[in-house]
Design a protein around this ligand. Structure first.
Ligand SMILES: CC(C)(COP(=O)(O)OP(=O)(O)OC[C@H]1O[C@@H](n2cnc3c(N)ncnc32)[C@H](O)[C@@H]1OP(=O)(O)O)[C@@H](O)C(=O)NCCC(=O)NCCS
Length: 171
């Protein structure tokens, strides 16, 4: 079991909070975005996946497997994207994954969300470090890692499929 934050994580511009039923239209629409599908493994959200979305998110928290969170506008609460920590069993580290819905890209939303989640994970969850994996060709995502202060620690694969592994730990 991983305890969600007591209150939304916020920097005054965005808030990172639990998923709500009112987020599902935006999440479902973004799940069909070709750019998102190209870089992330998640399948497009069909009617079944939509119906079970909140229950699956709760189960991920309960099992301690992942922390599915929504990135929202701090003032209007409009959902802008998704951010998630995925845990490996027994490890004191997690991997952060993120997407920003197409209409909201290029405004620094992902770096804000990743910073808030990493601070929370290191402070409240007691993790020693957070990992971030991005395809070398995904320049937007590589920039997010760099802007948040992650250090490259490894790379896997070859050719167009090189995955860069980044790490950010306790200061
Ligand atoms: C990667 C992603 C989360 C970045 O989110 P974001 O909030 O747009 O991040 P930023 O605003 O900091 O922009 C990051 C980079 O995106 C690129 N970018 C800028 N404007 C953009 C726009 N309108 N649309 C797309 N990319 C843009 C730039 O390279 C920018 O780097 P820069 O600030 O050095 O110019 C977002 O592009 C996305 O959701 N992509 C699809 C899913 C994905 O790849 N997830 C990560 C998997 S590892």
């Amino acid at each position: 079991m991983t305890e969600p934050p007591n209150a939304p994580l916020t920097d005054g511009t965005i808030a990172v909070r639990l998923r709500r039923v009112t987020d599902l239209d935006a999440i479902a629409a973004a799940s069909h975005d070709p750019e998102t599908r190209h870089w992330l493994d998640d399948a497009p959200m069909d009617a079944d996946a939509r119906r079970t979305s909140l229950a699956r998110a709760e189960e991920a928290w309960r099992s301690g497997r992942a922390t599915p969170l929504v990135v929202a506008d701090a003032k209007t609460d409009e959902p802008l994207g998704l951010v998630n920590l995925r845990f490996r069993a027994g490890a004191e580290e997690a991997t952060v994954a993120y997407s920003v819905f197409p209409a909201h890209r290029g405004r620094g939303i992902a770096p804000r969300a990743v910073r808030l989640v990493v601070e929370w994970a290191l402070r409240e969850l007691g993790l020693t470090r957070v990992l971030l994996e991005a395809k070398e060709a995904n320049t937007a995502s590589i920039r997010v890692a760099e802007k948040c202060g992650f250090q490259r620690i490894d790379s896997r694969g070859g050719g167009a499929g090189v995955t860069v592994v980044f790490s950010l730990g306790r200061a």
